[in-house]
Design a protein around this ligand. Structure first.
Ligand SMILES: [Zn+2]
Length: 131
C-alpha cells in the first residue's frame, strides 16, 4: 500500500495534555501508540488513509467531526488510528451555511489513538487549529 505521508503536514507536530493549551504541546504525534511498541522514530510511522466522519445527533447541540488517520508502524508491523475530534456548535454552523471552515479554531481539538477494533489506546491531548 502506498504511503500518504504528505498528510502529516495537516497534523500538529505536538499536542498538549491541557484542554486549553498555552504554549507548545508536549506529546509528539508521529510515534507509535500501540502499548508494547511506542516506537518514536518518525520515519517508521506512515499514514495509509485519511477519512472524515460526521456525527450529528438530534439531542446534542454540536456536530462532531472526526478526521481519522490510519497509521502503519513499520517497527511493530501493526496499524492504529490517530483521531482528531472537532466539535462545532450547530446554531453557529447554520449561520455560516453549514461550513465548518469558519468555525475552526474556536474549540480545542481532541486527539486520541484507537486500535482497529475502535478501542481507545490513549488520550493523547489537545491542540487548537491555527495556533
Ligand atoms: Zn509500533
Amino acid at each position: 500500500m502506498e504511503y500518504k505521508d504528505d498528510l502529516w503536514q495537516e497534523l500538529p507536530e505536538k499536542v498538549s495534555p491541557e484542554k486549553l493549551p498555552e504554549g507548545g504541546g508536549k506529546t509528539r504525534l508521529r510515534q507509535c501508540f500501540i502499548p508494547p511498541c511506542k516506537h518514536a522514530s518518525p520515519n517508521k510511522l506512515h499514514i495509509l488513509e485519511k477519512t472524515i466522519k460526521h456525527e450529528d445527533l438530534a439531542n446534542i447541540p454540536v456536530l462532531i467531526e472526526r478526521s481519522i488517520y490510519q497509521i502503519y508502524c513499520n517497527a511493530c508491523d501493526h496499524h492504529f488510528f490517530l483521531i482528531l475530534e472537532r466539535q462545532f456548535d450547530k446554531e453557529m454552523l447554520a449561520e455560516r451555511n453549514n461550513s465548518t471552515e469558519y468555525l475552526r479554531g474556536m474549540n480545542p481539538v481532541r486527539v486520541y489513538a484507537a486500535d482497529e477494533k475502535n478501542n481507545i489506546l490513549e488520550e493523547i491531548g489537545w491542540f487548537r487549529d491555527f495556533d
